[in-house]
Write a protein that binds this ligand. Sequence first.
Ligand code: KIV
Length: 271
Amino acid sequence: MSVQKEIKRVTTKTLLEMKQRNEKISMLTAYDFSMARMVDAGGVDVILVGDSASNVMAGHETTLPITLDQMIYHASSVIRGAHRALVVVDLPFGSYQGNSKEALTSAIRVMKETGAHAIKLEGGEEVVESVKRILSAGVPVMGHLGLTPQSIYKFGTYVVRAKEEEEANKLIHDAHLLEQAGCFAIVLEKVPAKLAERVAAELTIPIIGIGAGGGVDGQVLVLHDMLGINTEFKPRFLRKYLNLHEQIVGAIEKYVVDVKSKDFPNDKESY
Ligand code: KIV
């Protein structure tokens, strides 16, 4: 008789306990079933269905064009491949900034139509009312501060955020507000390591960094960047674990040669 190995799902409570026992949290993005299955098998704690899908899946320059329907399509594919990881879905630009009712409606669509476990949204004080309203419906919320790509046209650049005291103080203030509002974790993107470490020390909820140094409670990267599928994006914070672009293009070139030379298919590959 084969014994089914029980897989225990990571929950928001698991993440809090990890922070309490000083165990770092691993988070990666995924946008489809096959990749999500591999990310989950690799033991990642949190899978983020990021609106970076707009860049790496759809080829847009920014995260702004992706729609709620498209995010729901990606998230429902990911959830079918993720058996252990907590799956968090980005609310895309334009689906929550209007008011808290719009934010709640978008969050409920994501939860109902994808089976995901939580949502993420960008911003501090200006989204606190929405965070509270979404939470009142029982939907866990992850915050996102620092470089918030949905506001790229306001910033005008992707440089490190909160280097100046005024912006750093606002970030700390916003982080506390998000924690008080009930966020279960916050992503801190591209901010000085010292500032990120301070936020992680002051808050009881986990702080997940991307370009925020090692003093936070966990790390997140965009899957296509760390696998080297994307070759153009080379920020200092990115560690590349593979050079898949080169490997995949090489395999495809070999296939083309095999077809043209009539090497493929051979007798064994034919009926
Ligand atoms: O959309 C995304 O991939 C993200 C990560 C960069 C945190 O928000």
